[in-house]
Design a binder for this molecule. Structure first.
Ligand code: ATP
Length: 362
């Protein structure tokens, strides 16, 4: 329904987007996930028509809209600062876009929609209040209602839940999914918040420094990242990334610390993909086992810190000067400064090419 094709955009010297291509399907929630400065807002502004790309095209349902102004694109958006009008009450803020000369919705329909959406977002008791008297969470709901009430073909959301505390954010995420189920709109949502992305997205695109790395479902990105950047951004708690190098058939962590003897078949595959000897391994905190396991990669590491998280704990250990996080619910009868045996299951270890971050598969 939306197609961004080879979008490139610079602000002076800063290349904000580099040949970015994305296609959104009708009715899906697509999340663009990336750190601050990745190019997320720029992507949404180009989609809305608030910015023009230097190169590339924007298509809605197969029609080139690159030169079409925002008001004629059938797009609703919520930006981080919400842009509510403080001297208007909640009702008039929600109704605002429906009253424009371009949308031409009649008063009865405006009233029906404002009431329906404000009920769904639990703000119907606030309709007479001015928006400058509302709490952060209420403002966010008004901003969502004001966008959804337009029933546009495409909704663009820029970090709409970012200013909320954790509990409210979790609540709104659930409501957001329910509203989406009810109204079946297409949603293009950008955020740096991993948890929001994974919990609401049908598909996620991972973006960093203007480059789109991979698009897939949350599960597939977690299971099968193409690149170290994807592995870092999609995993929470953060994946452990450890520098290593290949000498002969052996993967070393640091000089003289062999980790892994590769089989001939594994070597063949690696050599077909890269001639680089500098590699990185990635292992998720929850994949690391406690104790020794003959079939796995075994290490002994010093405990630095244990953080309790309900039934689980995150154990920070020092492995040859590298800080590694382990997420476990096993009992550990050891404390700060003690040595702990840990193991990495081989099939849970990702190998990346250090130079370009690409995954080496075998
Ligand atoms: P955040 O999560 O912090 O909002 P973002 O991923 O939305 O970040 P963008 O706002 O799209 O990132 O910015 C991408 C890059 O372009 C950044 O390096 C930013 O500093 C730069 N940039 C954005 N707008 C402008 C502008 N008007 N003038 C100059 N540089 C800009």
């Amino acid at each position: 329904m939306l197609k961004l094709h080879n979008i490139t955009k610079s602000y002076g010297e800063v290349k904000a987007l580099k040949e970015l291509s994305i296609e959104l399907n009708e009715g899906e929630i697509f999340v663009l996930l990336g750190p601050t400065g990745a190019g997320k807002t720029t992507t949404l502004k180009i989609t809305a028509g608030l910015l023009k790309p230097d190169y590339g095209k924007v298509y809605f349902n197969g029609i080139d809209v690159t030169e079409v102004p925002p008001a004629f694109r059938d797009v609703a958006f919520v930006f981080e600062n919400y842009n509510l009008i403080p001297i208007y009450n909640v009702y008039d803020n929600i109704a605002f876009a429906l009253r424009s000369r371009i949308t031409r919705v009649d008063d009865t329909e405006i009233d029906r929609r404002v009431n329906a959406y404000s009920r769904d977002l639990h703000i119907n008791h606030l309709l007479d209040r001015r928006t400058n008297t509302l709490s952060g969470g209420e403002i966010q709901r008004v901003a969502l209602a004001r966008a959804l009430v337009r029933q546009a073909s495409l909704n663009l959301f820029d970090e709409p839940l970012s200013n909320l505390d954790l509990k409210l954010r979790e609540e709104l995420r659930v409501e957001f999914k329910e509203l989406h189920k009810k109204y079946q709109s297409t949603i293009f949502y950008v955020t740096h918040d991993h948890d929001s992305a994974v919990s609401i997205a049908d598909r996620i695109g991972i973006i960093n420094e203007g480059v789109l790395y991979q698009i897939d479902t949350p599960d597939n990105l977690i299971k099968d990242p193409d690149n170290v950047i994807v592995a870092i951004l999609i995993n929470s708690p953060a994946i452990n990334i450890i520098d290593c190098f290949l000498e002969g058939k052996t993967l070393f962590l640091k000089q003289n610390t062999p980790v892994y003897e590769l089989t001939g078949a594994e070597m063949d595959k690696i050599e077909r993909q890269t001639r680089e000897k500098e590699l990185q391994i990635g292992i998720k905190p929850r994949s690391i086992g406690i104790g020794k396991r003959k079939e796995n990669l075994n290490f002994s590491a010093k405990i630095l810190h244990i953080e309790y998280q309900g039934y689980n704990k995150v154990i920070n250990v020092d492995l040859l000067g590298i800080n590694i996080r382990i997420l476990t619910n096993e009992k550990v009868a050891r404390g700060y400064g003690d040595l702990l045996d840990i193991n990495f299951p081989k099939k849970e270890v990702f190998i990346f090419n250090k130079k370009d971050g690409r995954r080496v598969r075998y």
